[in-house]
Write a protein that binds this ligand. Structure first.
Ligand SMILES: Nc1nc2c(ncn2[C@@H]2O[C@H](COP(=O)(O)OP(=O)(O)OP(=O)(O)O)[C@@H](O)[C@H]2O)c(=O)[nH]1
Ligand SMILES: [Mg+2]
Length: 388
C-alpha cells in the first residue's frame, strides 16, 4: 500500500513529506525543487490494545509509543504538476508514472493564495483552480495511456480483462473497470472508444482508483474562512487544513529534545530555556490552540481509515497470552480492508495458513469463530490451521 503526494509546484509537498517521514529532502521557496521522487515511510497511528489488556506489547512490524501503535505506510513525493503538464509544460507528466500504483493521493494546495498554479508568487490565488487543473491532468495522463492501446482492443470480446492488464500498474480491479465503464455508459466488448469516451472512462476510473483528500497547506498564513470557502466548493472531497511547516518544526524540535510532543496532539511541553526557540515555540502553541492540531497526522489517518477503508487486526498464536511463537505480545498490527474475513487475514500472513485453515479464535472472548467471520477493527485473532 502506498500514498502519493501531488500538487502544483511550491505548495509544500516536500515539506509535508519531510515532516511525516523525518527524511531530509530538498525544500525551497521556488517551483520545481523536487525532480526525482522522494520515497519514505510514515505512520498510521492508532491506540494499541495493550493498555486495555494491561500488558506491555512487543511490536515487530510496527512501533508502539505512549500507548499508540504506529504502523508504517509508504509515501511518495513527486515533482510539481502545472497546467498542460501532459503537453510537456513544466516537468511534464511522466513522473506521474511513479504514482500509478498509489492506493490514494494527497493533493496539496496553498490555502494562503500566495503562490499561483505555476508555483510563482501571487496574491489571492484560488486553490480551487489548482485542484481542477490537477484532476484534469490526472485524467489526461490516464487517457493518453489508454489511447495508445485502445485500437488493439477492438477485436476482443472481453475488453475488461485486456483493460485490466493494460492498467495493471494501476492495480486496476474488475470492479473498478466495470463500474467506470458503466458510469461512462460504455461497453467493454469490442472496445472502439472515441477520444471523448476514453476521457470519460478515465475520469470515472481515476475517481475510483485514486481516492484523494485535499490538504489545504500553509494555513499558518491563511484563515479558517478561506478554508471553509474551499471546502464549500468541494462537495465530494474532504479538505483538511494543515501546516506542514509547523509540523516539520515540531518534529525537528522533538528530535533535538527541545520539546516533548506526540504526533497529532494539540499540545506539547517545552524543555528548553533558549529564548529564541521558546519564542518560536510559543508561536506554534498559539497556532495549535486556534487550529487544534497541524492537520498532518489527521491527513494520514483519514487516508488510511476513510479513503482506504482499513482496519487494524492483531494476529496472535497464543490467545491466552496474546503472543506469537516467541512470546512477543501483540507483535504485528495488520492493516486490512473493512469487511475482510478471518481467512483473508490468514491469507495475508501466509498462503498455506489460509489453505489449511480450520477456524479462528477471538482472543478477547476466547470464542471460536469461523473462517468467514468478518473482522472488527482492533480484533485480536488466533488462526487455527493444519499448516505446520
Ligand atoms: N508558511 C508556510 N510555508 C510553507 C508550508 N509548507 C511549505 N512551506 C514553504 O513553501 C515552500 C515550498 O515548499 P516545498 O515543500 O519545497 O514545496 P513543493 O510543493 O515540494 O515544491 P516543488 O518540489 O517545487 O513542487 C518552502 O519555502 C516551504 O518552506 C507551511 O505549512 N506554511
Ligand atoms: Mg517538492
Amino acid at each position: 500500500m502506498f500514498i502519493g503526494l501531488i500538487g502544483a509546484p511550491n505548495k509544500g509537498k516536500s515539506t509535508l513529506f519531510s515532516a511525516i517521514t523525518t527524511l531530509d529532502v530538498e525544500i525551497a521557496e521556488h517551483p520545481f525543487t523536487t525532480i526525482k521522487p522522494n520515497i519514505g515511510n510514515t505512520y498510521f497511528i492508532k491506540k494499541c490494545p495493550d493498555t486495555e489488556l494491561n500488558l506491555k506489547c512487543k511490536p515487530k512490524n510496527s512501533l508502539c509509543i505512549n500507548g499508540s501503535r504506529r504502523i508504517p505506510i509508504k509515501i511518495v513525493d513527486v515533482a510539481g504538476l502545472v497546467p498542460d503538464a501532459s503537453s510537456g509544460k513544466g516537468m511534464g507528466n511522466q513522473f506521474l508514472n511513479n504514482l500509478s500504483g498509489a492506493d490514494a493521493l494527497i493533493l496539496v494546495v496553498d490555502i494562503s493564495g500566495e503562490t499561483d498554479e505555476f508555483g510563482n508568487p501571487s496574491k489571492n490565488h484560488d486553490p480551487f483552480l489548482d485542484i481542477k487543473f490537477i484532476q484534469n491532468e490526472l485524467i489526461t495522463w490516464l487517457s493518453d495511456i489508454l489511447a495508445s492501446h485502445v485500437s488493439s482492443l477492438s477485436k476482443l470480446q472481453d475488453g475488461a480483462s485486456a483493460l485490466k492488464s493494460i492498467l495493471s500498474s494501476f492495480k486496476a480491479t474488475d470492479s473498478q473497470i466495470k463500474k467506470a465503464a458503466n458510469e461512462a455508459n460504455l461497453s467493454l466488448s469490442y472496445i472502439a472508444w472515441s477520444d471523448v469516451s476514453i476521457k470519460k472512462f478515465s475520469e470515472y476510473f481515476i475517481k475510483l482508483n485514486k481516492p484523494l483528500v485535499v490538504v489545504a497547506n500553509k494555513l499558518d498564513k491563511s484563515s479558517t474562512e478561506k478554508l471553509e470557502e474551499l471546502s464549500s466548493k468541494l462537495k465530494d472531497i474532504k479538505v483538511i487544513g494543515c501546516s506542514a511547516a509547523i509540523e516539520l518544526a515540531l518534529r525537528k524540535a522533538m528530535n533535538s529534545g527541545a520539546i516533548s510532543y506526540t504526533f497529532g496532539e494539540s499540545s506539547f511541553s517545552i524543555n528548553t530555556t533558549d529564548k529564541e526557540k521558546v519564542k518560536a515555540l510559543q508561536y506554534i502553541k498559539k497556532y495549535l490552540e486556534k487550529n487544534n492540531d497541524t492537520g498532518v497526522q489527521k491527513t494520514i489517518n483519514y487516508v488510511v481509515e476513510t479513503l482506504l477503508d482499513q482496519i487494524v487486526v492483531y494476529p496472535v498464536e497464543n490467545e491466552n497470552k496474546f503472543t506469537d511463537h516467541f512470546g512477543n505480545v501483540l507483535p504485528d498490527a495488520i492493516l486490512i480492508k473493512k469487511g475482510s474475513t478471518a481467512i483473508d487475514l490468514a491469507a495475508k500472513i501466509h498462503t498455506e495458513l489460509a489453505e489449511k485453515m480450520i477456524y479462528a479464535v477471538d482472543a478477547r472472548t476466547k470464542n471460536r469463530v469461523s473462517k468467514e467471520y468478518i473482522l472488527k477493527d482492533n480484533d485480536i485473532i488466533k488462526i487455527v490451521s493444519a499448516a505446520r
